[in-house]
Design a binder for this molecule. Structure first.
Ligand SMILES: C[S@@+](CC[C@H](N)C(=O)[O-])C[C@H]1O[C@@H](n2cnc3c(N)ncnc32)[C@H](O)[C@@H]1O
Length: 315
């Protein structure tokens, strides 16, 4: 079942449970058939980039001098936080394809704030590039880790008081991100109930504990209008430290598993064969998940580019 690519305001307003989540914009008309010369030059260029980037040290050098189109840098992970770049870029692209003018991006677990500052900087570039507004929120208790609840919180590794935050120092550095301070099991329901935030497109989970991550995942249990049909998610604590011995019964993996067990049509899943679809391998490929809301009114909107290159399979 494929619906029209242009999304009506009505569809999204209905999805939002009656509240308007922004004006849907007209999706660009598909471009005319690509000229074969252009296609040839592009293919040649891509092959060259692939070859050069495979030379040892080339990608590190590229990261130090991040030149070239943003889409290409996303493809090659040219960023200090390639997972944030990938998630923000793909979320904003999806919003654009669905005709939505803005998205929210969230970091759960801020601590000193290095991740949130990186998210702000990357979101700024993605937003300018794609013309989609990105509103950023950082959730944290503000006083370091709370006490672990039980063994699922990986208490053999993390403990109360780790990773304290200097709120004033961080606020002085933040440009436009909003800090949501407090225990996530209290702040997340409040955020969903009161916020006029645009639909959530990307979430970075870095709360370490099972209990905190399970509470944070509630942010994806809101009405359809509060998130994209597919929301990109990054989970920081699926590997390291080795002594954690991560598995599906503790920590973030257990929170994902329980969330999926509790919902029939809401699922948080890895992207199958993600690494294989990229030009290089990296651990974060296995930390990138996507939240699916299968009953979201925009889930089946067809987002395949309408060019012959994508839609024809000639002899
Ligand atoms: C590892 S740190 C985050 C690091 C940060 N993302 C970065 O990249 O620099 C984990 C943070 O999660 C926060 N946290 C853990 N459980 C929480 C909870 N239940 N409510 C609010 N914050 C929590 C802690 O306060 C801590 O600052």
């Amino acid at each position: 079942m494929h619906k029209e690519t242009v999304v009506s305001q009505e569809a999204y307003t209905t999805a939002a449970g009656g509240s308007s989540v922004g004006t849907a914009v007209q999706v660009e008309k598909p471009p005319a058939r690509r000229r074969s010369k252009e296609l040839f030059a592009e293919t040649l260029g891509r092959r060259l980039v692939r070859r050069v980037s495979a030379v040892p040290g080339a990608r590190s050098l590229w990261r130090a001098f991040p030149a070239g189109p943003l889409a290409l840098r996303v493809e090659y992970g040219i960023s200090a936080r390639p997972h944030y770049l990938y998630g923000l870029y793909n979320a904003a692209s999806l919003a654009k394809q669905l005709g939505l003018p803005a998205i929210s991006a969230i970091e759960f677990g801020v601590a000193g704030g290095r991740g949130l500052l990186a998210m702000e900087a990357i979101a700024g570039e993605v937003s300018r590039n794609l013309g989609v507004q990105i509103k950023i929120y950082g959730f944290d208790g503000g006083t370091g880790m709370p006490p672990p609840v039980d063994y699922r919180d990986v208490a053999h590794v993390w403990d109360q008081g780790f990773y304290k935050m200097d709120q004033e120092a961080l606020k002085a550095r933040l440009q436009n991100a909003s800090l949501v301070i407090g225990e996530v099991h209290k702040t997340v329901p409040g955020f969903l109930a009161n916020s006029d935030a645009p639909p959530i497109g990307f979430v970075a989970f870095d709360l370490d504990y099972y209990s905190s991550t399970r509470a944070a995942l509630q942010v994806l249990e809101g009405p359809a209008g509060s998130h994209l049909p597919r929301t990109y998610c990054y989970f920081d604590d699926l590997l390291w430290p080795e002594i954690a011995c991560h598995n599906e019964y503790i920590g973030e993996l257990a929170a994902i598993r329980d969330f999926n067990l509790e919902h029939e049509a809401l699922k948080v899943c890895p992207i199958n064969m993600f690494s294989y679809m990229h030009n290089y391998r990296a651990p974060w490929h296995e930390q990138m998940y996507v939240f699916h809301d299968f009953h979201h009114p925009l889930y089946c909107v067809n987002i395949t580019p309408k060019t012959s290159y994508h839609t024809d399979l000639p002899l």
